[in-house]
Design a protein around this ligand. Structure first.
Ligand code: FE
Length: 438
């Protein structure tokens, strides 16, 4: 057992931000939170105490949508203008880069950097990751993440149509490689990094492939991730490909790939039709909200508050490299900012006196922690019984020359985190990173 002392912040509900100033969070021998206390109880008198007095201790964050192979070209191609759109971005950046992962040597270099940066430069402790169609590279990424101590889902992509640059499989190859990968990654060397069935999105996968993926997901009891309603052009394309359905989510649901058989997380969900909204709720599908990416790609703003108020599960995703930073703290503030834009552009509906309605800091912090954490079990909070994932930030270098309240210092850290220092990170009760400069 051990304890951490510091400024402990978590959101037990979407509307409750709890701040415990220089208190202790207690962790059992099996890595489970045993509560937050102001004085160490007798049982912990001889336990190790990590003293992070005046540093911030957050629950580890859950990146619910991230493309690991796109990390190398982050920050490029995001200046969408009238002459380019997301298909140009795929052609110029995404597909040419992902095709490199056929070469395991390239994948080893690139994924090693991705995993190291995810560990040492971000708040992320859990993730739902897209790899590429290449099985050996995907297995390498999974081993690397397991070695680093992450708990994650990683998907070998499936694509048997509408692709380029060697990123296309036949339906038979796709299924054969996927099944082999599901069997390979059941071995203990993959630790807590598990496979997740990952049809890239409907336009990339034929109906027979989707059908087989649904069968595999059920047979191996593996969850599913994909993209849903990311932009209007994509929605139109899906309508042409599947004229028999009345909304996009049905293109997954008809093959058991939308929560009816195994847990499912869908990125974006920006333009839900009524039926889609209901199906997200009824199938308990998690929405991975990716505000920074949605803004970069000029795709729109998802109705996140409506989802939360309807009881639909929502987590946050960096959607690297549609956005340019892996750190979810950036996406917390982006989520707040885009929800303000949504209010002014859409919900206010021309009424200057309309009651303001956008995400609070508590709401957005919840999305990054307990919101996404629901996909992994009891994760993303310091409540008793939760798995202990934490990230510790030293923000003292942000201080100015006045006394500031702990709330003000917390808000300053959210908006200026790049100037602060990550001290350490814990995943499932294990210390996985300690910054030597702290
Ligand atoms: Fe994506």
């Amino acid at each position: 057992m051990f304890a951490l002392k510091g400024i402990i912040i978590h959101t037990p509900t979407k509307d409750t931000l709890e701040i415990h100033e220089n208190e202790y969070v207690l962790v059992s021998d099996d890595g489970i939170c045993e509560g937050i206390v102001s004085l160490l109880p007798d049982a912990y008198q001889k336990a190790k105490v990590y003293d992070y007095t005046d540093c911030f201790i957050f629950p580890g964050m859950c990146d619910m949508h991230v493309h690991a192979p796109q990390y190398g070209f982050r920050g490029m191609g995001l200046l969408i203008d009238g002459d380019s759109d997301w298909s140009t971005w795929f052609d110029n950046y995404s597909f040419p880069e992902e095709s490199q992962y056929k070469d395991l040597g390239y994948a080893e270099k690139a994924y090693s950097r991705f995993v190291n940066d995810l560990l040492t430069k971000t708040t992320t402790t859990r993730a739902s990751v897209f790899a590429t169609i290449h099985r050996p590279a995907t297995e390498y990424l999974m081993k690397k993440m397991a070695e680093a101590g992450f708990s994650a889902f990683v998907g070998k992509l499936n694509m048997d149509r509408n692709s380029k640059y060697g990123l296309i499989e036949t339906m038979e190859e796709s299924i054969e490689e996927t099944e082999r990968w599901l069997e390979d990654t059941a071995s203990p060397e993959y630790g807590d990094v598990k496979p997740i069935i990952t049809p890239r999105y409907t336009p990339s996968c034929t109906d027979p492939l989707m059908e087989q993926l649904g069968i595999l997901a059920e047979k191996y009891q593996v969850p599913v991730q994909s993209h849903l309603s990311e932009n209007l052009e994509e929605i139109e394309w899906v309508k042409q490909l599947k004229p028999e359905i009345s909304f996009y989510a049905q293109a997954y649901d008809m093959y058991g790939l939308f929560g009816s058989k195994v847990p499912t997380v869908m990125a974006h969900c920006i333009y839900p039709l009524d039926g889609e909204f209901e199906l997200l709720k009824n199938r308990d599908v998690m929405v991975a909200h990716c505000p920074a990416c949605n803004l970069s790609a000029a795709n729109g703003i998802a109705p996140v508050l409506d989802y939360l108020e309807a009881g639909i599960k929502v987590g946050l995703g960096s959607d690297m490299a549609g956005s340019y930073t892996l750190n979810l703290l950036y996406n917390i503030t982006a989520a707040i900012n885009v929800s303000k834009a949504r209010f002014f552009m859409i919900e206010q509906n021309g009424d200057p006196y309309a009651k303001k309605h956008f995400l609070s800091v508590a709401n957005a912090f919840y999305l990054a922690t307990k919101g996404g954490g629901q996909f992994f079990g009891k994760v993303g909070s310091f409540e008793e019984g939760y798995e202990f994932d934490a990230v510790v930030y030293d923000s003292r270098m942000l201080n100015d020359f006045r006394e500031r309240s702990v709330e003000d210092r917390f808000h300053r850290l959210l908006w200026t985190f790049e100037q602060a220092m990550i001290c350490s990170k814990f995943i499932r009760g294990k210390l996985v990173y300690e910054n030597p400069e702290f």
